[in-house]
Design a protein around this ligand. Structure first.
Ligand code: DGT
Ligand code: CA
Ligand code: CA
Ligand code: ZN
Length: 571
């Protein structure tokens, strides 16, 4: 069983408790557990099989551990079923709408019997929400927008979630005798931030049982189609997976075709037409007599249209074909070029590991440095620090530095940008830090002008070095706040402030096209994990994917620099 499946059960328990008005601490403990499990980076099932005590994992207590074992053993959770019996189904779905919390959901149900997204939409359209306590005409408008947004993302999965399912499934298929090649394609291979489904391609020898193995996978909820060359399944989590078995001679053409994007494919085919060629998922052919020219390798497709290979992340028809033509494709940043991580949290605020534990893990990953950047006091739910606590914490960082060799822990903080644009901590203490990240964690609903002024005022503070998660979005959960990003980037460039690509898979903020715009305007970027545990330092790859989709090169990214050069930039 996948971690995500277990995490979803705890999220649902939290939602159901929340709607019933349960103790917020209890609700939060389930939410935290779900998050921990989802981002664990190791399979809970295999940990249990290896006899590990789950309570040793930070964020997992006795009750969660017991429930996890129950879920793994029986596939069910009794507490969840009891809760479900008490709350109308449909209410938890309403919680997924942005701006709808458990209190509002309860009012909507009690007063208007709203128990589904459709009913809520009808009620809002009919103007029936405006008379309820705490709601108005504005609420109705907002809810209708949230519903639209929710429907657009419905059925899509965050890339990080897709990764967990894809890796497990590929492992399952890899061992099948006769399987010669296995490649994920589609939006997954292009590293889009969300995926609609997973497309897998394979080459197999005669008599290979890969299709049986595929449709017989333990996590399958439904077999949608089964054939010799194509099968489709739906996993228990709802994700659809297509598997195609191909001939060796057309594999490269198919890999190109099914990687997409559709817009990129169309543009490539048009180029082929001009050259008297026809490109399809079966190969490259001469138009006049349909004679096969090539198609076994993916490069064949590019070669046929006179181009060098284009990395999958760029294949969105956003100028990559023209750039390839001019020999001007970027040399995209690689994960191995990252030398350190400049945003992370420890037990001093809402992280799960100590300074030294974070540093040891980072060193083990081959990094030369990290910055410890815990929250400031305005973020109360995250245990943010005041000036005095930060001063003490900075001493702790210095001390930890003495306990690890050949590695540097930078003194940092993630200071909150208050609604009026001032910072949450005094300049005196910020000056003591080597890395000050500034970010917005409250009042997301400001007007664009007001929010832009707020953030630019923070950028103007000479102590601020990095603007963290600049648009505040949460993928499939929360829209970015309204802000004039161009003005923000311009201010950042003027004041030498670095813009973050937050690698945390829920954020990926700046997103691909915004990072590209920022770089084109002359901004420097930092790719940071925002890790809340040592294991989450591994999430860096998702930030690198986003950067690659944004045409970013190593030279644009400050944490590819050696320590001494980085320190110069931070000064
Ligand atoms: P997704 O699954 O919504 O995240 O996005 P994709 O890009 O994975 O799209 P999907 O799964 O529908 O199809 C996989 C690839 O197959 C797609 O990226 C390009 C190719 N493809 C699908 N339909 C067409 C089409 O009508 N024309 C062309 N040229 N290519 C297509
Ligand atoms: Ca797909
Ligand atoms: Ca597909
Ligand atoms: Zn935090």
């Amino acid at each position: 069983m996948e971690n995500k499946t277990i995490a979803d059960i705890f999220t649902e328990i939290a939602d159901l408790l929340d709607i019933q008005g349960e103790n917020p601490f209890r609700v939060r403990s389930y939410r935290n557990a779900a998050r921990t499990i989802e981002d664990l980076g190791q399979s809970l099932e295999s940990l249990v099989k290896a006899g590990k005590n789950l309570e040793e994992i930070p964020g997992i207590g006795k009750s969660i551990s017991e429930k996890t074992q129950e879920i793994l053993a029986t596939g069910k959770c009794r507490s969840l079923e009891e809760l479900r019996a008490r709350v109308p189904p449909g209410l938890t779905e309403l919680l997924k709408l942005e701006g709808l919390g458990p209190k509002k959901v309860k009012v909507l149900y009690d007063e208007l019997a709203v128990d589904s997204v459709d009913r809520l939409e009808k009620a809002a359209q009919a103007g029936r929400l405006r008379n309820l306590t705490g709601m108005g005409v504005k609420t109705e408008e907002k809810i209708l927008k949230s519903i639209e947004h929710y429907r657009a993302g419905m059925g899509r999965f965050k890339l990080s979630v897709g990764f967990q399912y894809a890796e497990a499934l590929l492992r399952h298929l890899q061992g099948v005798p006769g399987v010669k090649r296995l490649d994920p394609a589609g939006s997954f291979r292009r590293r889009r931030e969300t995926i609609g489904d997973l497309d897998i391609l394979a080459i197999c020898g005669k008599g290979c049982k890969v299709m049986d193995r595929f449709t017989g996978y333990g996590d399958v909820a439904e077999v949608l189609a089964k054939g010799e060359t194509k099968s489709s399944i739906r996993l228990k989590c709802g994700l659809q997976v297509d598997l195609r078995v191909l001939e060796e001679e057309s594999y490269g053409a198919a890999l190109h075709y099914f990687t997409g994007s559709k817009a990129h494919n169309v543009a490539i085919r048009e180029r082929a037409k001009e050259k008297g060629l026809k490109i399809s998922e079966y190969g490259v052919f001469r138009a006049k007599d349909e004679k096969r020219v090539s198609g076994a390798q993916e490069e064949d497709v590019f070669k046929a249209v006179g181009l060098p290979p284009i990395p999958p992340e760029l294949r969105e028809d956003r100028g990559e074909i023209q750039a390839a033509e001019r020999g001007a494709l970027p040399r995209l940043i690689e994960l191995s070029e990252i030398r350190g991580d400049l945003q992370m949290h420890t037990t001093a605020s809402d992280g799960k590991n100590s300074i030294l534990e974070m540093a040891r893990k980072a060193k083990e990953m081959g990094y030369a440095y990290i910055a410890i950047t815990d929250h400031s006091k305005a973020v109360r739910v995250a245990g943010g620090m005041d000036e005095k606590q930060l001063a003490k914490h900075l001493k702790e960082i210095e001390k930890a530095n003495g306990q690890i060799s050949g590695f540097r822990i930078l003194k940092g903080v993630e200071v909150d940008i208050l609604p009026d644009g001032t910072l949450d901590l005094k300049d005196d203490i910020l000056r003591e830090c080597e890395v000050v990240l500034a970010s917005v964690h409250s009042r997301f609903n400001m007007e664009e002008g007001e929010m832009t002024r707020r953030v630019i005022q923070a950028i103007r503070n000479p102590n601020v070095k990095i603007l963290a998660h600049p648009t505040g979005r949460l993928i499939l959960e929360r829209e970015p706040f309204k802000i004039n990003l161009q003005e923000v980037v311009k201010a950042a460039v003027d004041h030498g402030v670095v813009l973050e690509i937050n690698a945390y898979p829920d954020r990926l903020d700046l997103k691909d096209v915004d990072a590209r715009m920022a770089r084109d305007m002359g901004a420097k970027l930092a790719i940071d994990t925002d890790a809340h545990s040592a294991l989450q330092l591994e999430l860096m790859k998702f930030g690198v994917f986003t950067a690659r989709r944004g045409w970013i090169e190593a030279k644009d990214v400050v944490n590819t620099l050696p320590l001494q050069e980085l320190l110069k930039i931070l000064k």
